[in-house]
Structure formats: C-alpha cells, structure tokens
Design a protein around this ligand. Sequence first.
Ligand SMILES: Nc1nc2c(c(=O)[nH]1)N[C@H]1C(S)=C(S)[C@@H](COP(=O)(O)O)O[C@H]1N2
Ligand SMILES: [Mo]
Length: 316
Amino acid sequence: MKIPSSEITPEHIYHARPQSRRRFLQTAGLVAGGALLSACAPSYVEPSPTPIKPEKPVTAGQTDELGDAITGYDAITNYNNFYEFTTDKQAVARLSAGFVAEPWKVQVGGLVNNPKTFDLDELRKITPVERIYRMRCVEAWSMVIPWSGLTLNRLLKLVDPKSEAKYVRFETLLDPTRLPGQRDRSFPWPYVEGLRLDEAMHDLTILATGIYGKPLLPQNGAPIRLVVPWKYGFKSIKSITKIELVADEPVSLWMKSGPSEYGFYSNVNPDVSHPRWSQSSERRIGEVIRRRTLMFNGYADQVASLYAGMDLRKNY
Ligand SMILES: Nc1nc2c(c(=O)[nH]1)N[C@H]1C(S)=C(S)[C@@H](COP(=O)(O)O)O[C@H]1N2
Ligand SMILES: [Mo]
C-alpha cells in the first residue's frame, strides 16, 4: 500500500527551507507507511508521558447522518495538525501533552455593543450542543469526530454585533513559551482565521470544548476551538483567545503564507484542485479505499445557499 506523498505533505512544506524539506521527505516514507495504522498505535510512536486511556467511548459505534462511522479516539487524538507544536502530525500529542489550558479567557469584541471577556465556566454555561461532523483536511484526509461545545451564534448574540460588523476574526493564543512552534519565524504568528458573519452565525458552526464527551486535549485545540465542517480543516482554528467582529475580510495565516494556495472561503470542493493535488477524493482515517469528496463536505443542503450567485472557482 503506497500513499502518494502529496496527500501527507504538510501544508507549508513547499515554502520551507530546502533542508527541512529534505528532512521531511526522509520521514515521509515512515509516515506514509504508518498513516493508515495511526488508529492502531503504530509502534514507532513514542509513548506519551501521560498516556491517554479513554473510557469506553460514549458514542462508539455511532455514525454521522450519512452512515459514516465515527473515527476512533486514538486516531483523533494522535494524528493532528497543530503547527504551534510541530508540523509532524504524529508528534503533536506528545509535544503538546504538558500544555496548560486552564485558566483561559476568550476576549470577544470589535464591532459589538457588549464586548466581553469570557472564562471557561461562562462559556460552558452557554447552551451546550453535541455534533458528529466530518472533518476534511485540505491535505485530502478526513475523520468523523463527535464534538461537544456551543454554537458560535449563541456567543455572538450575547455580545450583540453592530450593523457594520461583516466578518469574524479569530486568533490563537500567542505565547512562544507555551507554543514552541511559534519560535519558527517562517509563519506569521499568531494563527488567524476568519468567517463571513453569516457563516459564523450558521447553526453548523460551533466552538468545540470536547470530543467523545471528554474535555478537548491540547492536540485538538484545548480548551476551545472553532469547527466549521463544510470548510477545509485549517479554517477550524484551535486554542482561541480572541474573537473580533470586523468590517473587512480578515487575512488568515494561510492567506499570508501561501496566497496562491489558500483563499478566504476554503469551502470543501471536489471540483477545485489544490495547486499541487486534486481534491476529488480523500482518505478517511482508518479506511483503505479512498472516498469521493463531497461538495461542501456533504453539507451542501444546509450551506450552499450562503454562496448563491458566487463563482466558487474564483472564491475558493
Ligand atoms: N491554531 C491552529 N489551529 C489549527 C491548525 C494549526 O496548525 N494551528 N491546524 C488546522 C488544520 S490544517 C486542521 S486539518 C485541523 C486539525 O484538527 P485536529 O488535529 O483536531 O484533527 O486543525 C486546524 N486548526
Ligand atoms: Mo488541515
């Protein structure tokens, strides 16, 4: 079984220094061989200092609304993209294990009538929801994840956006002492993402605080991260400290670091290829045969109307 390296190439690697690219390619074979096995704890992964022994998952055996099985907890928590720790997906869990995510504050402001800084207890009190969503990474792999959290629209209504607010801008914690990947100056830290206000207010858009009914682990964006299931995974920004209502389209970290590859919208679209690979199919973690990628990641009936009249090839 050979997986083309294109689909496991970290998103920035073609911008990287030749030396780190070479190092990546040396390990790529290892990753390619192990990627399929990540759900069954490949032997070369060093044990985490605080091993995670999940209880019998509350939602094991459940499926999403399309009948797709939920991905195992081990895979969800050991195959991650979180560049603030490392670009090595199978090392994020180990390198983030000591990250202290409490206490934590999320500052919500900008063009709003009631700016407010929320602590975790206040966020947990906002109507909790549980959602099983497909997550499709732009690198053409995917998972099905049972999230818990709150809808973003609930939070935004509490701060009361002004009429001039057209977009929402999100920022990850900036603290190189706790997020050592931020010492790598080849990225314009902090990680920033953005949504149009109507996308942010859509009922599918959530702030997640848990997976499988347990609090988020650091590797998944503890203590709180965005989840926008019809967009490529990189829009779902982790470990958020700041949410700002703004008038102009925010410039994300990926738009800055690879403008020819990453647009603002980044809706999952099998018909628009990444400049370096097709997006028409994907590898579901834990499965062998590739699946067809669905328009808007299978949420078209709920979100396509947001983009009525837009040229989705130009607004990618
Ligand atoms: N702050 C931050 N958020 C991030 C990332 C990151 O590197 N830093 N990676 C993104 C990418 S590319 C993906 S695919 C998802 C992965 O989420 P998961 O590791 O919880 O599956 O997180 C997204 N959010
Ligand atoms: Mo991703």
